[in-house]
Design a binder for this molecule. Sequence first.
Ligand SMILES: Cc1cc2nc3c(=O)[nH]c(=O)nc-3n(C[C@H](O)[C@H](O)[C@H](O)COP(=O)(O)OP(=O)(O)OC[C@H]3O[C@@H](n4cnc5c(N)ncnc54)[C@H](O)[C@@H]3O)c2cc1C
Length: 388
Amino acid sequence: MDIHLTPANLAFIDELRAHIDELPADATARAHEEMEVDEVDLGEESRAWLRLFGEGGWIGVGWPREYGGQGRSAVEQWLFLEEMAYRKLPTGRLGISSVGPTLMRVGTEAQKRDLIPKLLSMDARIAVGYSEPGAGSDLASLRTSAVRRGDEYVINGQKIYTSSGHYATHIWLAARTGSVDSRHRGITVFILPTDLPGVEIRPIYTQAGGRTNEVFLDDVVIPAENVVGEVDKGWAIIMMALGFERTFPFSEIAHDLEYLIEWLHSDEAPAGILDDSTTMTEVAELAADLQIARLFSMRTAWMVDQDEVPLAESSMSKIWLSEVRQRLANLALDIFGPAGALAARTVGAPVGGRFEQLLRYAPLMKIGGGTNEVQRNIIAQRGLGLPR
Ligand SMILES: Cc1cc2nc3c(=O)[nH]c(=O)nc-3n(C[C@H](O)[C@H](O)[C@H](O)COP(=O)(O)OP(=O)(O)OC[C@H]3O[C@@H](n4cnc5c(N)ncnc54)[C@H](O)[C@@H]3O)c2cc1C
């Protein structure tokens, strides 16, 4: 892999920035504000902004033109995600970074023609329904069932932590079509519209203040054509989608580090802190580790351009990034002292309470997308060929 961006990549970044800057500034500010508060990027303002932004294939820059993208490289799709993360602007999240790329590889032509352009226009928004109350890390034990009845399936069960489910038009659903003990050999992926009778979505609020959901499915009937790939063969599709999902952008954290460094240079920082070698070493190490995060992330995009699906590589990226995020939150608290635990809109909260929010958010990212412990197992077994 060449770790340098090409002249075409750099020109793309300039073009992307110019496109963002051309959009109405108030709409951009509202979408940004919603992201800051909600942490979920499919809210009303975000959708409105993405519709404006997305004209001309800007959301799926790396997707084929025939499906509404710009036909550029996966590295450029990654650069797009990084730019948005730096500015804290929406991207359409898992529909764009996980489900869309998977559907393009395994969906029927009809599914692709129907859903992919809608994902790019925000007319369709997808949440991911894998986890259940008794099946998180051990996803192969999921119990939500899909039973064939003529040309339809009847679905019953419960999902949990279905992020963005309350904004979604569809759920990318993992359900059991095999026998109860069939484990990963009896799971099928379905595209489930959320407006069907029997779908109930209830909120769960996280410690970071954002909303995720539990989803109850009670005799929900969907056409057999909503099966993705082959019946009982959904496990490989889920692994592929998770490989795409786990390549989180690094630049939101890089921006947070810039905020911290700016504060260290400000009058609010304790006198002499810039001469404190322990603190400065930690800041420097984080800055270096963020560059490693960038390379992990870029590698996964580069692999997609080589027609490979990253798996252990995405797990490496996910662990590294989420741990750097946690270290930054911890370091900020060490530097700020008790004031670091003051929330936004509280008098005396350093950097507007940004790092208090990070402190609550960082642990979630070590769990969401599969826990870091489980990612280490994937690296050991799938990446290094070690035994279970
Ligand atoms: C912010 C957030 C967003 C999420 N969004 C979604 C979503 O959109 N869709 C979705 O389907 N799910 C989502 N999840 C769920 C997430 O994927 C699960 O929480 C995660 O896979 C862990 O499952 P669990 O919560 O059941 O914990 P458990 O699996 O019960 O794990 C408990 C602990 O045991 C450890 N552990 C378990 N098995 C092993 C093992 N084999 N080796 C070592 N350690 C192990 C885990 O690391 C963890 O520390 C989200 C979670 C969070 C926090």
